[in-house]
Design a protein around this ligand. Structure first.
Ligand code: G1P
Length: 291
């Protein structure tokens, strides 16, 4: 069985939901407290055992490359001022094995993944979407999926149940139960179905382990929902040919592509911080009694 070593992070989208903030700044660089959202994603990949990361970027995304690069002038300044902890943090982000490729036209998530074909080659790989940040200090969501892959050998989609009003925002799967209560074998998938057409409430939430057979399928996948080449459509074809699994992963997941979800993430990550949590909790308590 081949080990999961590589991960793809699609990051080419315009981020229109966060305009005007995203006019000149990639949405992936918007910070939750003091760390860009994409860094949470990269850290989850590394903590899950990923060795090499490909960011599929696009126009106006250069800040992502600068963020994961060395910053000699800044590092010298931090060293001179004795701010060694910050220096260490800044240097750490430059040590990660990250590659970049540009998606030239916004043809959808399926097309973004197809851009990774030559980087991935003929091995199973991980995909992490930047709009989904998952908090699980015991076992990262991606690691949970890798463990399922190591056990089953099939592609694995990270899923959780969403409310009925939310099914039309996600890829929704339907399947049959297995011996593991959290694991289903995928029989059907629909990208962003209307509420009445949704086969279940189990949504794919931005984490995937995919076998390389997906590339030949993606190459012939026609535009689907929204006129875009959908990864969901290609995965449905794959599921018709070989076992594909949906795993109900454990962890608190934040939809940071949505304004309310982003605010929730900001508040909850701040509350969990040793250096901020206490004071921030007191502030929130005071705020609630004031208004
Ligand atoms: C994408 C996928 C969708 C998935 C979602 C998870 O949609 O197409 O299947 O459920 O990510 O966040 P997007 O939110 O990028 O439109």
């Amino acid at each position: 069985m081949q080990k999961i070593r590589k991960a793809v992070i699609p990051a080419a989208g315009y981020g229109t939901r966060f305009l005007p903030a995203t006019k000149a700044t990639p949405k992936e660089m918007l910070p939750i407290v003091d760390k860009p959202t994409i860094q949470y994603i990269v850290e989850e990949a590394l903590a899950s055992g990923i060795e090499e990361i490909l960011v599929v970027s696009g126009h106006g995304k250069r800040a992502i490359e600068d963020h994961f690069d060395s910053a000699p002038a800044l590092e010298a300044e931090l060293e001179k001022k004795g701010k060694l902890e910050l220096l260490h943090e800044v240097q750490e982000t430059a040590d990660i094995n990250i590659h970049y490729i540009r998606q030239r036209y916004m043809r959808g998530l399926g097309d973004a993944i197809l851009c990774a074909k030559s980087f991935i080659g003929d091995e199973p790989f991980a995909v992490l979407l930047g709009d989904d940040v998952v908090y699980n200090p015991q076992k990262p969501a991606l690691r949970q999926l890798i463990d399922i892959y190591d056990w089953t050998g099939g592609s694995v989609l990270g899923c959780q149940n969403v409310s009925e009003e939310k099914v039309s925002s996600y890829g929704i799967v339907a399947g049959e139960k297995t011996d593991n209560a959290r694991l289903m074998r995928v029989l059907d998938m629909v990208e962003k179905p209307a509420r009445e057409d949704a086969p279940s409430r189990l949504a794919v939430l931005g984490r995937y382990i995919i076998r390389p057979e997906i590339f030949s399928i993606l190459a012939t996948t026609k535009p689907g929902k929204g006129g875009e080449i959908q990864l969901t459509d290609a995965l449905k074809v794959l599921a018709g040919r070989e076992p594909v699994y949906a795993y109900d992963f454990e962890g608190e997941r934040y939809d940071v592509g949505d304004k309310l979800g982003f605010l929730r993430a900001t508040v909850e990550f701040a509350l969990r911080r040793d250096d901020l949590g206490g004071a921030f909790r007191d502030y929130l308590k005071g705020l609630v009694t004031r208004i």
